[in-house]
Design a protein around this ligand. Structure first.
Ligand code: ZN
Length: 256
């Protein structure tokens, strides 16, 4: 459909003003030696979400490869059976379907002090694996349950350190952020991580997994009987970057 520049701009503005309803989510990530400050949206390590997931490959409309997480069905999981075929694929190559791994999803809001001296917020869940939970998150929260601000540092490729952050990048003590307002502003919902077709860990049915295996790299259609109100994500809805890369998603610039 041809449209003029004015319409194009209006469309972008409409999309931006509607960004709170924008369900695409990026993951929190750090480069080596980098650290970021975040508000953890949980007060105990046990309150984070755990899923056994497969990573399956997708190809976006513009030909970019990325992976999504699909919840493992456990017994009789078609993805478990299929993943065996790719067991010899060596890193950094990625299998079409990975074996299941126990992932932990931590809801975080990153907080960045911008040049104008205002805090910018972005909802960025963080995905790690069970070793991180056992060796880092759990021991940290045993000591600092209810910590309000965290600084997360990536010391090297595999090591992440957690610290309590009491002051921002300029050394100012953090104000008392209104978490409920931040959640509302960023449209954070309980099923962002699991429960919808566009949640981070996708709740595919057995039939949807079988469809993916027959027709890889694309989203299987939602099943009309169980998910009639959830449209199948199209390529347009798919994140265009691998989950590991940083993306800009739900942001707010207000002072709370
Ligand atoms: Zn499985």
């Amino acid at each position: 459909m041809r449209m003029n520049a004015q319409q194009a701009v209006a469309n972008v503005e409409a999309r931006e003003s509607n960004s709170g309803n924008f369900k695409k989510l990026g993951f929190f990530s750090l480069k080596e030696k980098e650290s970021k400050r975040v508000i953890p949206l949980f007060s105990k390590a046990e309150d984070t979400e755990f899923f056994s997931v497969h990573q399956v490959k997708m190809i976006s409309a513009n030909g970019k490869e990325y992976t999504i997480d699909v919840d493992c069905l456990g017994t009789d999981c078609p993805l478990c059976k299929e993943a065996v075929k790719y067991k010899d694929i060596q890193y950094p190559a990625k299998p079409q379907i990975s074996r299941k791994s126990d992932a932990i999803y931590m809801p975080l809001v990153s907080v960045v002090l911008n040049d104008e001296g205002k805090y910018e917020f972005e909802f960025l869940p963080w995905k790690r694996y069970s070793t991180f939970y056992k060796n880092t998150l759990y021991p940290f929260y045993m000591r600092y349950a209810g910590v309000k601000m965290l600084e997360i540092e990536r010391a090297d490729k595999k090591t992440y350190n957690l610290y309590e952050a009491r002051s921002d990048e300029k050394g100012n003590p953090y104000p008392e952020f209104n978490i409920e307002e931040i959640k509302k502003e960023l449209n954070i919902e309980s099923d962002d991580i699991y429960g919808r077709s566009d949640s981070l860990a996708k709740p595919w049915t057995k039939a949807q997994m079988e469809t993916y295996i027959m027709n890889p790299n694309t989203y299987p259609p939602a099943e009309s009987s169980t998910q009639s109100d959830v449209p199948a994500p199209t390529d347009d809805d798919a994140p265009e970057q691998p989950a590991e890369e940083e993306t800009t998603r739900r942001r707010g610039k207000h002072n709370f």
